[in-house]
Design a protein around this ligand. Structure first.
Ligand code: NAD
Length: 273
């Protein structure tokens, strides 16, 4: 199996709808040993049974990435329980509600700082603190979205955070590359998760993506999981600093495709309902 003998930590499982869960599932199916983290006590109750599903009941740790002490404690626990680690999944983002709808111009400095801290700086801090226990072929993966490249309605503050996250991937990849460590991102198409529920008019995003992506479907957490497993495994040993799209091809579209009605008149392919 592709991940046999690999040990890693996955940050960002909230429930079995999480993208991180999809990644865990594919990695476990390929033989990986996985440690899990949870944000707070109410999520602990959800993450523990998920960890048990993958035989990881002894590898479940608290980690609120806005608390540096919890990241340090995570490093100590991982070192004690697993020794060296071969992969890290950072599947974490947060922005206060005011940053995910309404007018972009009204975003407060506080909301901006919170979003950048939790959604971007945390990748740097996790890499920094866990660096001493990374194996010399460790692979780090984070999750991003197209709203960090182009305007997407309501994605607002998270778009700015994802743009910063994608550049963080590149700078980290260059810096850690000298130690053999790889850093990549998956830019996933919209998926109905807890985090996505916070984004204004999210259902419209799902419908739009499905209607206009070349594959005419939305993506699943299993599909993101498959690509994630590849980026975490030695199959991608020469791949670093990449943002890999798992979005049914939506990002290649410059305009919605057109079709023709019975009279040969050009129509937009989607009726907007
Ligand atoms: P999710 O709600 O299942 O996962 C988000 C996770 O972030 C949760 O587990 C939550 O506990 C964690 N988190 C938030 N604040 C934290 C903190 N301070 N410390 C530690 N953990 C914290 O939703 P998801 O959609 O699976 O999101 C995972 C990642 O995928 C995010 O980066 C998100 O932006 C990205 N993404 C999501 C979509 C989508 O449509 N769902 C698309 C592209 C990218």
């Amino acid at each position: 199996m592709i991940m046999n003998g690999k040990k890693g930590v996955i940050l960002g499982v909230a429930n079995n709808k999480s993208i991180a869960y999809g990644i865990a599932k594919q990695c476990a199916a390929q033989g990986a040993t996985i440690a899990f983290t949870y944000l707070n006590d109410s999520l602990k109750k959800r993450v523990e049974p998920i960890a048990a599903e993958f035989g990881s009941e002894n590898y479940v740790y608290p980690c609120d990435v806005s608390n540096p002490d919890e990241i340090k404690a995570l490093k100590e626990s991982l070192e004690k329980d697993l020794g060296e680690i071969d992969f890290i999944v950072h599947s974490i983002a947060f922005a206060p509600k005011e940053g995910l709808s309404g007018r972009f111009v009204d975003i407060s400095k506080n909301a901006f700082e919170v979003a950048m801290n939790v959604s971007v700086y945390s990748l740097i801090e996790v890499a920094q603190v866990l660096k001493p226990i990374m194996s010399d072929s460790c692979s780090i993966l984070t999750l991003t979205y197209y709203g960090g490249v182009k305007y997407i309605p309501n994605y607002n503050l998270m778009g700015v955070a994802k743009a910063a996250l994608e550049m963080t991937v590149k700078y980290l990849a260059e810096d850690l590359g000298k130690d053999g460590i790889r850093v990549n991102a998956i830019s996933a198409g919209p998926i109905k998760t807890l985090a996505a529920a916070g984004i204004g008019e999210f259902r419209f995003m799902l419908k739009w993506n499905e209607a206009h992506a070349p594959l005419k479907k939305n993506v699943t957490t299993s599909e993101v999981g498959n690509s994630g497993m590849y980026l975490l495994s030695d199959l991608s040993s020469a791949v670093t600093g990449e943002v890999h799209y798992v979005d049914s091809g939506y990002n290649i579209m410059g305009m919605p495709a057109v079709s023709f009605d019975e009279d040969g008149k050009q129509t937009i392919a989607w009726d907007g309902k």
